[in-house]
Design a protein around this ligand. Sequence first.
Ligand code: GNR
Ligand code: NI
Length: 175
Amino acid sequence: MIRPLIILPDPLLRLVSKPVERVDDDLRGFADDMLETMYDAPGIGLAAIQVGEPLRMLVIDLSKEDEPNAPHVFINPEIVATGDGISVYEEGCLSIPDYYAEVERPDTVTVKYLDRDGKERVMEAEGLMATCLQHEIDHLNGVLFIDHISKLKRDMVVRKFKKLARDKAPSRMVG
Ligand code: GNR
Ligand code: NI
C-alpha cells in the first residue's frame, strides 16, 4: 500500500521517533508499504515518520533503474562510528519536494541495526549509502537536511513551504 507523504512544515517531521519493540509480520508489512511508497515517489530512502509513523526504522534502495531492486530495511539503526573524511552531496528530501542543496557529512559510517528478520547486523557504508543512512537517521531524530545548510537558506525554504501549505488549506480558499 502506498502511503501519503508528510511534507514540510508538518510538525510530525520534528518528532523524535520511538524504538521498534517487536519485529513481527505487522512490522514487515509496514516495511513493505514504506518500500512501495519510496519506489512510487520515487526516492532512494524513506524514514517511517515520512509516512506519519514515529518509529525508528528506514528503508533504502540505491539500485539503478536498469538493475534489479536492492531493498534494505534498517530497524533501530545506530551510528556506532564515523569516518574522519567529509563528503559533499547534493541532497533532496521527499518531505521537501523540489528543493536541493549541498550537505557536508562524514564520508563513512558504521551502522548497527536489526534487519527485517530481527537479526542484528552491522553495515560499514561509504559514498551515497553513507550519506543516505545519515539523512534517514537524522529523520528518526526530527532532523532535516535543511538543518545542515545556512540559516538564511533554511528560513527561505521553510517560509516557501509554509506559504504553499497556507495556499492549499481549504479554510483559506474563501476570499
Ligand atoms: O530520494 C532521496 N534522495 C536523496 C538524495 C541525496 C541524499 C539523500 C537522499 S534521501 C531522499 C529520500 C528522502 O527524503 N529520504 O528521507
Ligand atoms: Ni528525507
